[in-house]
Design a protein around this ligand. Structure first.
Ligand code: DCP
Ligand code: MG
Length: 408
């Protein structure tokens, strides 16, 4: 049974109002918050090692050594400069960021910028635990939540009768009481603007913004601050002389459509004007289940065939286990490869019959693998199951329907 705490969306209203209709006319203004934890993994580590507060600290992967207890009882923490390997930073404290060290950066490269920064291993169980705690604390005040991952949520505050600022402070206080951690909140009429705003006053910030403030407070920001404008789109916008969100808002929509296609072009135009009617998606159903692994050395499809094949099969079996444990079958199986030069490719295959079977997943993933170039060495391999269906619902599918879809 699924709890449905949010008001039901009105199906008669299209999620995207026609272009000639101002958004405000389509529906009453909503009040949506985006809440994002501050330096999340690193902040959880600081709860365990309070002696590190105020120091530059980075969290690496699982393979990084844990702090060692010394003879005098104190802990010995590893320094970035002593790290050798291919790990990357998952996150860093604000003190480390001041030295130029950010998420995604290779640990050895980071060591050149901040050799004395403390390096800690990631402890995902602890992060998941704190993630559950902060979400439960928010849900006790405002139950309509869209879970966006381990450290961020959207919250619909439209139906809560409390002024925005006191409510935002109450949410932050509840998160702090439940976890000892700070977060930053953006509150605006929609998800797009709130996501931008939660980042404007980090850490420990509250940013409230109305539509009338879009020109003054949003337009000066870089175009890539819009969630959905990735590095590639940003580069293409730059080539067109579009750097800020204001530049984008001023660009003729036809020009955007010409360069980015009809739907992306139209979306860019609307996003730049702060228009976003997407409802919160409050379902708890996962969209996909995946496993991936970065190798400790680059592997070659032919020379390291046995090793790769073992890893690949193991990954497929783990995806199958995850599906079975969570009670899903998947209709689409995909793979992801990253080559030695960091280029990535993905391929997927839609099955006639949804499955959670390890052998079937291995077979489908193998088919995908045949469709990618394998001359270069590989850094990373991943397997993903998507288009998920609850196993019980799939079992109830009428057999003729399933059979009719079997390939001949
Ligand atoms: N993360 C990761 N790899 C990345 C980026 C992030 O593993 N490339 C993890 C570590 C982060 C967490 O996800 O702690 C949340 O990501 P955020 O982007 O919200 O970053 P932080 O919470 O660390 O910092 P901020 O205060 O900027 O939100
Ligand atoms: Mg965060």
């Amino acid at each position: 049974m699924k709890d449905e705490p949010c008001p039901l969306p009105d199906d008669s209203r299209s999620p995207v109002p026609p272009a000639d209709l101002p958004a405000a006319a389509a529906a009453p203004e909503r009040r949506i918050a985006h809440l994002d934890m501050d330096a999340f993994f690193a902040s959880v580590e600081l709860l365990h090692y309070p002696e590190l507060r105020g120091r530059p600290v980075v969290v690496g992967g699982r393979a990084v050594d844990r702090p060692r207890r010394q003879a005098d009882g104190s802990l010995h923490f590893a320094r970035l400069r002593d790290y050798v390997g291919r790990g990357v930073i998952t996150t860093s404290t604000y003190e480390a960021r001041a030295l130029g060290v950010f998420s995604g950066m290779g640990l050895m490269k980071a060591a050149q910028l901040a050799p004395d920064a403390i390096l800690l291993p990631a402890n995902f169980d602890a992060y998941r635990d704190y993630s559950r705690r902060f979400k439960a604390a928010v849900a006790a005040i405002a139950p309509c939540i869209e879970d966006r991952g381990i450290d961020e949520i959207y919250i619909d505050l439209s139906h809560i009768e409390e002024a925005t600022l006191p409510l935002a402070r109450r949410l932050k206080a509840a998160v702090l009481a439940a976890t000892g951690l700070t977060c930053s909140i953006g509150i605006t009429p929609n998800k797009l603007l709130s996501k931008i705003c939660s980042d404007l006053d980090k850490p420990d910030g509250i940013t409230v913004l109305g539509m009338e403030e879009v020109p003054t407070r949003i337009w000066p920001l870089a175009a890539k601050k819009i969630n959905g404008i990735g590095p590639k789109a940003n580069e293409r916008l730059g080539q067109l002389g579009i750097h800020s969100i204001g530049d984008l808002a001023a660009a003729p929509p036809e020009m955007l459509v010409q360069h980015f296609g009809r739907s992306t072009g139209a979306w860019l135009h609307r996003a730049a004007h702060g228009i976003d009617e997407r409802p919160l998606s409050t379902s708890r159903e996962p969209k996909s289940i995946s496993r991936e692994s970065t190798f400790s050395r680059d592997l070659h499809a032919r020379h390291d065939r046995a090793e790769l094949s073992e890893i690949f099969t193991g990954m497929c079996l783990r995806v199958a286990d995850d599906l079975a444990r969570q009670g899903y079958v998947a209709r689409t199986i995909g793979i992801k490869l990253r080559y030695a030069d960091f280029q990535s490719v993905t391929r997927d295959l839609t099955l006639a019959v949804p499955t959670a079977d390890g052998a079937a997943i291995r077979k489908a993933a193998g088919e995908c693998l045949k469709r990618v170039p394998l001359q270069q060495r590989l850094r990373l391999l991943g397997v993903r199951a998507s288009s998920l269906l609850p196993a019980a619902a799939a079992a109830a599918l009428p057999a003729p329907l399933v059979q009719a879809e079997l390939p001949l």
